[in-house]
Design a protein around this ligand. Sequence first.
Ligand code: PXG
Length: 455
Amino acid sequence: MTAALSTAELRALDATYHLHPFSDNKALAAQGARVITRAEGVYLWDSDGNKILDGFAGLWCVNVGYGRKELVEAASKQMTELPYYNLFFRTTTKPVIELSKAIAEVAPPGMGHVFFTGSGSEANDTVLRMVRRYWDLMGKPEKKTLISRHNAYHGSTVAGASLGGMDYMHKQGDLPIPGITHIEQPYWYGLGGDMEPDAFGLKAAGWLEDKIKEVGADKVAAFIGEPIQGAGGVIIPPKTYWPEIQRICRKYDILLITDEVICGFGRTGSWFGCQHFGVQPDLMPIAKGLSSGYLPIGGVIVGDRVAKLLVEAGGDFNHGFTYSGHPVCAAVALENIRILQREGIVENVRDRLGPYLKQGLERLRDHPLVGEVRSAGLLGAIELVKNKATRERIAKPGSTGTVCRDHALRTGLVLRATGDTMLLSPPLVITEQQLDELLTKTRTALDLTAKDLGV
Ligand code: PXG
C-alpha cells in the first residue's frame, strides 16, 4: 500500500497514527519524520532517494552492516522450521542451545551461562531481579541496593530507567524506584579539571567506595556500569578506573555488572568492553550487536559464581518473557556471531579500523569548535566548545550539537548528538575509505556549524 505514497503522504500518516519513542511528537509532526526506506552495507536511503552514510549503525547496533543475506536466510529457515516455541515448561529449542554455547565461547572465561530476553532493557530488569535473588540465596537479603552512575543508560523500562542516570527520564514517572542510587561518572574532560587522567580515574572509582560506605556494604548488592557510557556521551574512563572499581567491588563483596549492550560484540575492538579494560564482571547484560539489530534479542551473560548458586540452590527463578530466547531471533544472533568470527571483524576493529578512526579524529582537533576527541575501537566522540583552553561550553547547551547533527545529515551523514558532543558508532564493517568519507563529512558539518555561530 505504502509503495506508491509520496514522502509527504507518508509523513502525514506517520504524524496521524504513530507516537515516536523519545520524541516531542508535536514538533516532529510539524517538521516531518525522515522516512528510511532501504539500506546496504554502511549506507541508508530515504524516501526522497538521498544516500546517507550511517555513522551510528542504526542505534549503536548494526555491527555487521546492512543487507546481510546470511541473516535473512537464517531467519527464513528458522521461521519455516519452528517460528516460535517457549522455554518455560521443560522445553528448549536448537537455536537457543547453539546460541548459548556460542556466547559462552566468546565470553570471558568463567561466564558460561546465558539468560535470554527480548531487549537490553529487559536484560537490565533481569539483572536487578537476579542480583537480589543471588543475595537472598546467600542468606543476605538485606544486600539489595544497586549503585549506578549519573548519565548512565540502562534502558527505558521502570528498572532500566531507574538504573540509568538520566535526570530527564527520572522526572517522568517517579523514578528511580527505591534501592537504586547513583554516583558521578568518570568523565575526565568534563569533571577532571587539571588532574592527570589516570589520577582522575582513581578518584572517580573512589566515589564508589564513598557511596558503599554511605549506604553500608552489608546493604549493597551490586555496581552496574557501561564499560564506556554510550548515550551519556561516549565517556571513556581513564585506564585506571575499571581495575580500581573491580578492586573495590571485591573488597566489599559486591557484584560487578558491566552493561555490554553497546560495547559487546566487537564495538571496542574486543568481544566485550570489560575485556578492553581488563576486568572480570559477574553479570553482563547484552543486546544490540548480539543480532546486529536484525531482530530484537537481548540477554544476561551470567558468571559462574551467580549461575552456580542459582542452579544448585535456587529452585524456581520466577522470571522470564514470552520471547526469552525466541528461536528466530536466536538463529539470527547465532549466524551474526558466526559472521563476526568468520570475517575477523572484531580483530579488524582492534588492529586497523579503531586506530584509523583515532588518527582521523585527532586531525579534527585543529578545528575551532573542537575541544576534545576520544575513541575506543569504533566508538568515538567529538566535544564542541566555545573556548578550547578553558573548555568553556557554548552558551545554550545542546543547541550546537543539534545544529551540527542537522548539517551532517544534509551532508549525507548520520551523527548522534548528546548535548554538544557528537557521537560516532559506525557499522564494524566500514572500510578505511568509508571512514575517510565519514571524517570528511564530519569536518564539513563542523565548518557549517562554525559558520552559523560566526566562529
Ligand atoms: N543498556 C545500554 C548500555 C544501552 O545503550 C540499553 C541498555 C537498553 O536496550 P534496549 O534494547 O531496551 O533499548 C541500551 C539502549 C540513544 C539510545 O539515544 C540508546 C539506547 C536506546 C535508545 C536510545 O543513544 N541504548
